[in-house]
Design a protein around this ligand. Sequence first.
Ligand code: IVH
Length: 708
Amino acid sequence: MSDTTSVNDLTEDQAQAELQRLALLISKANQAYHSADDPEISDAEYDSLKRRNLEIELRFPHLKLSDSPTLMVGAPAADGFQKIEHSLPMLSLGNAFDAEDVRDFDSSIHKYLGLKEGAALDYTAEPKIDGLSLSLRYEEGVLVHAATRGDGRVGEDVTANARTVKDIPERLKNAPDILEVRGEIYMSHADFEALNEAQANAQKKIFANPRNAAAGSLRQLDSNITASRPLRFFAYAWGQVSEPLATLQSAAIARLSDFGFSTNPLTKVCKTPDELIAHYQDIEAQRATLGYDIDGVVYKVNDLALQNRLGFRSTTPRWAIAHKFPAELAWTRLEAIDIQVGRTGALSPVARLLPVTVGGVVVSNATLHNEDYIAGLASNGDEIRNGKDIRIGDWVQVYRAGDVIPKVADVDLSKRPSDSEAFEFPKLCPECQSNAIREPGDAVRRCSGGLICPAQIVERLKHFVSRAAFDIDGLGSKQVEQFFEDGWVKDPADIFTLRDRFGSGLQQLQNREGWGEKSANKLFDAIDAKRSISLDRLIFALGIRHVGEGTASLLARHYGSWSAFETAVTNAVIDDPEDEAWSDLLAIDGVGRVMATSLVTAFQQPAERASIDRLVSLLDIKDITRPDAEGSPVAGKTVVFTGTLEKMTRAEAKARAEALGAKVSGSVSARTDLLVAGPGAGSKAKKATELGVETIDEDGWLALIESL
Ligand code: IVH
């Protein structure tokens, strides 16, 4: 039997023999590849053996050998994907929307690095592919796993599916021992059209756009389906590497290309913001004929040593930015305005639209932001849209940019019905009828019902179980909503007593549609698994106004443990500069007065506090110790910088100290561990001497941290 017989034509006996033959060939090839310098077969041949083996296994799953070559890593669990923790987080990018943003990006980098305005600084510029990101881990040149981005920290194991993608090599030659290649999975326009046609013929789901088709195809539990979908991959970044790939971004990308990855041919090195913008325009002009979707151009600092110095904000690198293409627009009729109540009580107007296609996606809802926006006013009272208000029955212009919620941009007064009336924004909460109040300086009207408002409770619960918060498998928005309606969960803590309350009687949950004993027990197990939670996630999950994911992580890193955090915010006296807890909170870089007030108020408000205490008593909260701060001489220390720094800017010094696990404070107190004083240090140096705080100069600081 030749190895070109189509897998679909193989009989069961032939398949069995073929699997054995392939297993032998692959294992021999693996050995030759690792032990000898001279592999016996080419990479392409090897890949095709692996792919054929996989295809046969997918067609005859019961014939899969116990030592099958596809078993090198865990296959997906039958009922979902296994999780993979990224060795380095997969981040997102900040956005630029116009040339001015691009120039600001360039000057902020100059400033951060202490370079003179206009000093030479190279960037790469390349298309931003509109697909989904994937991280591929190679060990000793062999693909060991593939993970989706997930929440950036933990993704889904889609290894078996990634192996079916032709652009993803199974083995790499001369690659570092550990190499994580990152890039984008996407589908070409032509393949997307053909897929949808085939789907339509088979009366199967039609995909809204190539991105959804790519995502749906990669996240298939059955790799057979993925294998049948024409997915492609562009490599543009990397995660963990056991040795540097190069010293320049452009050279690193060239190496990825040498390893056999597709890299984007429109990648270019540019020397100035003007060149970046020119290349952006060039790419934009080719957008319609590229054959795949892109949604902007990504700029990256070319020098990897500078990238390293620039480092990261909480979720985005300082050394890169995405320059987005303008959003796509469409006109349609506004049929109704609904008011939704969010977890902090905000009343948000939502436009219900006559469905319209915007950039390949059918849009029937869009945000209207707040009452001022409907009235034609910006939050500072200035007019927007020349003061035109928005009314039910109007023709409105809708736009969407990337993944964000569609928005209403404009209104066509010439089409306004003569009997239309200005929209009256409700003064009562539509969910609980409490007064909806607008505080001075707040752009939104809020329900004053607090924890008596069912909408607020449900939204808090949804937030609590969301992906960046507790992320409990099998307990999403739909389920918490149901549990709330049933009266089973009114408060986050109730989630953690579900098993006690219903576990023995299971009956009640089982009797509900969609639940059986197995799924109920699985849910209880998934809940138990999240009793142990990291401090940053917990703080974020509490859903306190102004405390987003980034702030929660800053707070967690600053206080380290729940008890330190809780003591500080319980005792802080709002707006009292003499109060240590308050000034310590405000001294955290990234924490402002509004956020600090909101946080402290939440902890000092009895009902809210009782809810938090009840929750915490059911959890095991993990302290935050920064992994990269291991062995750091400044981990956990409070450091103050003062005077002029000559070898780095203040921002860089601060970011670097924080990355090493130090807390950076703006003022010297008895709790300061170290003062780094440059020339011109004044009162802070004096105070440090009085308090006996250790003081070193900039070189001393560099020597200290570089001894790492
Ligand atoms: S670089 C640390 N380059 O855009 C930054 N990202 O909005 C790593 N994306 O999650 C990303 N094309 O999925 C980079 N040429 C490109 C990209 C690109 C598409 C995606 C990627 C990322 C998202 C951020």
